[in-house]
Ligand binder design. Sequence first.
Ligand SMILES: C[S@@+](CC[C@H](N)C(=O)[O-])C[C@H]1O[C@@H](n2cnc3c(N)ncnc32)[C@H](O)[C@@H]1O
Length: 228
Amino acid sequence: MVPMDRGLMPARSFRPRRRGLPPARAEQYARLAPHWTLPIDGPLLVWSEVFTAVFDRASGVVLDIGFGGGEGLIEMAALRPDECVIGVEVHTPGVARVLDAVEANHWRHVRVVEGDVLELLPRLTNRSLDGVRIWFPDPWPKTKQRHRRLVSPPVVAALTDRLRIGGVLHVATDVDDYARHTIAVIGDELRLCGGVVPRPEWRPVTRFEARGRREGRTSIDLVYERMS
Ligand SMILES: C[S@@+](CC[C@H](N)C(=O)[O-])C[C@H]1O[C@@H](n2cnc3c(N)ncnc32)[C@H](O)[C@@H]1O
């Protein structure tokens, strides 16, 4: 497996925000994180070792990149108990919320990585993922900020490497320019085939999508399958 060339690493796709946890949440986080988070650095992850008891009957493993407050990840985990999920997010409050749900629901099919997905990529084996979700990526709307967008040629190539043949990359955005950008970037990734689909009814409405709706924006779902 070839990790992404550090020289091709895009600029940070998120704005670092320091936010502490309230004391009770911090105590819960400290107790749960050692059990249900995975270190961002380390050897290649082996899903049968990560998901142990549930892996044999799982339908596959999906990577949820930038799950924000965690509502979408939590709703999907409840909806699809047979689908193993690795959620990666840089902001601690969302990570803590998912850990809370893992404990409350006794989930064994959800693991969390706190940090930048670009740093996690070297731990992901090629062709090991059944799906990748990038729902409502930070838009970086100004022309001079566009190089920060997560959907970029090197990131799409690295994620495609990690999808199995038949695996699916699902991007959702309510920023028209980001949708056009995604179509153009993924159009150059010849192993992927797909495009705009009707909004899947099962995709949860997160607070980002709800806010967009209130502000008059419409979401666009882009679904691509790895063909080769
Ligand atoms: C606009 S929010 C969307 C959250 C969620 N997907 C939803 O639909 O509600 C984008 C999230 O992506 C996260 N993010 C951006 N770049 C990231 C990266 N490189 N690695 C992990 N998370 C990232 C941000 O911290 C932020 O929480």
